[in-house]
Design a protein around this ligand. Structure first.
Ligand SMILES: Cc1cc2nc3c(=O)[nH]c(=O)nc-3n(C[C@H](O)[C@H](O)[C@H](O)COP(=O)(O)OP(=O)(O)OC[C@H]3O[C@@H](n4cnc5c(N)ncnc54)[C@H](O)[C@@H]3O)c2cc1C
Length: 383
């Protein structure tokens, strides 16, 4: 394809920003529209597995992200009642096994690395640019102005405006709620920081891992809860609610709850999308990231999948003779994998939060690594 085409991306989150950098590095003119007044990410952590890190390598920032993240050497899954280790993971061999690191990172740090990559690649980046509707490949912004491209990419997250062109349905509440916070690693929490992992129990689990050179721990408390579905950083937490959900859980869990209750913490409903049959309209409109396949976080692969989409779309554009052909190649390469990961993420919630924790893993582990997800290489997969 000639490089004269203009690519318009709506949404500058992890997926949209990676796509902007990846596509611009292929020589295309890219405009990125972000509704927020500034580019940035929420105050929480994210795990990026080797498949995602290969995607970052494609835009030249794998080692830069690893340097501001943390590469864990050990992780474990613990029993909710007595805290005993059910399964241990040696992560020290990830680079040797997969040729790419496994990192945990503050989302703001990751986003800063991605934004720099997009800026360096020459992306035209616009903030305060909220898309309210689109027709063809023209987007109308909240201020009434319009922006057009030859290809329109919706990377505007789980509540995507662009996705409304594909289906009228809104995101659905999955029945899972997350309480998210960051705590400083004080001496009394050092042992927890040294042994990151997940405590699992019936209908709930707690995830902890390090960010910012292991000076800060990311804590996420998950539980099933019906009848509430707000997402965002505006719902403060009632510590009593958290303490009552995890009453009877082990000492490690109680210490994490008490540390979390001293910090700003917010309650977050996990909303998701059902798989879409098709990600293309008229050969020139498509979706990526959560806009295409928002999933539950129980395999820790949502952002990874968005990064993979971004790289594969960029490669498809570079390889194809037309935008329509590129989108066909992109969807052919990505749809099946994204749908598989969406489905397995839901199944993993049931596996990890089953009613009898003593049975966990007895029939073999089915998780993001054993499913083979880390082997995927968006730099080389056939497009
Ligand atoms: C508790 C929790 C833990 C998770 N942990 C992990 C993990 O460890 N590893 C992992 O890989 N994934 C994880 N995920 C999933 C991951 O966070 C998401 O899949 C990922 O952030 C989605 O990125 P995105 O860019 O597609 O969407 P978003 O992050 O939602 O970004 C969309 C962007 O578009 C902008 N936008 C929205 N609407 C408009 C509009 N109309 N006009 C212009 N701009 C707009 C938004 O402001 C935002 O910047 C987790 C999710 C949760 C909830």
């Amino acid at each position: 394809m000639s490089r004269g085409e203009e690519i318009l991306i709506v949404g500058g989150g992890i997926a949209g920003m990676t796509a902007a950098a990846a596509i611009a590095r292929q020589g295309f003119a890219v405009t990125l529209l972000e509704s927020a007044p500034e580019f940035g990410e929420i105050g929480a952590g994210v795990t990026l597995t080797p498949n995602a890190m290969r995607g970052l390598d494609f835009i030249g920032v794998c080692e830069e992200a690893a340097a501001v993240g943390v590469e864990p050497t050990l992780q474990r899954i613990q029993h909710w009642q007595d805290g005993r280790t059910l399964v241990g993971f040696d992560r020290s061999t990830q680079r040797a096994t997969y040729g790419a690191p496994y990192i945990t990172i503050h989302r703001a740090d990751l986003h800063a690395v991605l934004t720099k990559a997009a800026r360096d690649a020459g992306v035209d980046m616009r903030t305060n640019a909220a898309a309210v509707s689109s027709e063809g490949t023209t987007v109308t912004l909240a201020d009434g102005s319009t922006v057009s491209g030859d290809l329109l990419v919706g990377a505007d997250g789980v509540k995507s405006v662009i996705r409304q062109r594909f289906e009228p349905a809104r995101p659905h509440f999955t029945g899972h709620v997350a309480w998210r916070t960051l705590v400083p690693v004080t001496p009394d929490l050092q042992d927890l920081s040294d042994h990151p992992g997940i405590i699992i129990g019936p209908g709930a689990m707690i995830n902890r891992y390090n960010v910012r050179h292991s000076t800060i721990m990311n804590l996420v408390f998950f539980a099933r809860q019906e009848g509430w579905n707000q997402e965002g950083w505006t719902t403060p937490v009632d510590p009593g609610e958290l303490r009552s959900i995890y009453a009877g859980w082990c000492d490690d869990a109680q210490r994490q709850i008490e540390a979390a209750c001293k910090q700003p913490m917010f309650k977050w409903a996990i909303n998701a999308r059902r798989p879409l049959d098709n990600w293309i309209i008229d050969g020139n409109v498509t979706l990526l990231g959560d806009a295409a396949h928002a999933m539950t976080p129980f395999l820790g692969q949502g952002a990874a999948c968005g990064i993979e989409d971004a790289v594969v779309l960029a490669r498809a554009l570079a390889a194809a003779g037309s935008i329509a052909e590129a989108l066909d190649r992109y969807v052919a390469a990505r749809h099946e994998r994204a749908t598989f990961i969406q489905t397995e993420s839901n199944a993993n919630a049931d596996r990890m939060q089953g009613q009898d924790t003593d049975l966990f893993g007895l029939e073999g582990l089915r998780n993001e690594e054993s499913l083979g997800l880390f082997d995927y290489d968006p730099r080389t997969v056939a497009v």
